[in-house]
Design a protein. Structure first.
Length: 129
């Protein structure tokens, strides 16, 4: 399992900046990361990903449409989307894996943010000298 994380980190670290196609790469890495973290069987994956994609589209729509709205209200809307999908996720992957799902999403975001911050610092180093 640590081997997969290392490979994922290396791939994320090699992304050459965020462009439209990088969004697709990041999405692919996210799918691989979540699949590995949840240890989805082929049957689970086949049922899980269509539900997850709907869930993810709702979250992205919220983030695009309400990004300038009150933070507390946006957080509440995000929580409501998650609550809405919990039962659907539990039917496919069970309650333990649902908890792992939300943790895996958070972990992926943190890894991605750290890598982007590190890359930005490396780009700024020559300018500071």
């Amino acid at each position: 399992m640590k081997k997969y994380l290392l490979i994922l980190l290396l791939i994320v670290g090699s992304l050459p900046g965020l462009k439209a196609q990088d969004g697709e790469k990041i999405q692919s890495l996210k799918i691989a990361f979540i699949t590995q973290k949840l240890q989805l069987t082929p049957d689970e994956a086949q049922k899980f990903w269509p539900i997850y994609n709907q869930y993810d589209q709702e979250i992205k729509a919220l983030q695009l449409n309400d990004k300038n709205g009150p933070v507390i209200e946006n957080e509440e809307k995000l929580l409501n989307i998650r609550k809405k999908y919990v039962a659907s996720f539990e039917k496919v992957i069970g309650p333990q894996k649902v908890n792992k799902l939300f943790n895996a999403e958070r972990d992926f975001r943190e890894i991605l943010i750290r890598r982007l911050q590190k890359r930005n610092q490396q780009r700024l180093e020559p300018l500071r000298r």
